[in-house]
Design a protein. Structure first.
Length: 126
């Protein structure tokens, strides 16, 4: 039977501002039995964009795309200036062994630094 797990791709990182500014986070290794992925992002009081990248060798990275070849990303848009908001995107394509998040494209409702946490949830198969 499948179980629920997650990998923290980044936690409480400062998201860069600007429409084309992204920073890559630490590389994580997926188990070979991982399947059924959900990209989860929590942003505090801000708009931000989170993209998922994967690689077979930790050298050449590609942004993940769904089965329709659309970029997999979380577009966190939060008009509330006092609450954290969580966003989830189902990843409907297989992922390679190494994964990392790219965070950026942020605007703050309060003018403060924007903090973000990103997780990749998954199940396992036998």
């Amino acid at each position: 039977m499948a179980s629920g797990y997650h990998i923290v791709l980044c936690e409480d990182v400062t998201v860069p501002t600007g429409t084309t500014t992204y920073t890559s986070q630490d590389t994580k290794v997926l188990p070979t039995t991982a399947t059924d992925y959900i990209l989860v992002c929590t942003c505090a009081n801000a708009d931000a964009s989170i993209r998922l990248e994967h690689s077979t060798d930790k050298e050449i990275w590609t942004e993940c795309k769904d089965v329709d070849k659309v970029l997999i990303q979380v577009e966190a848009i939060d008009s509330d200036t006092v609450a954290d908001t969580a966003y989830m995107v189902w990843v409907d394509t297989p992922l390679l062994q190494y994964v990392r998040a790219k965070v950026g494209n942020a605007t703050s409702a309060t003018g403060d630094a924007i903090q973000c946490t990103v997780r990749l949830q998954y199940n396992t198969k036998k």
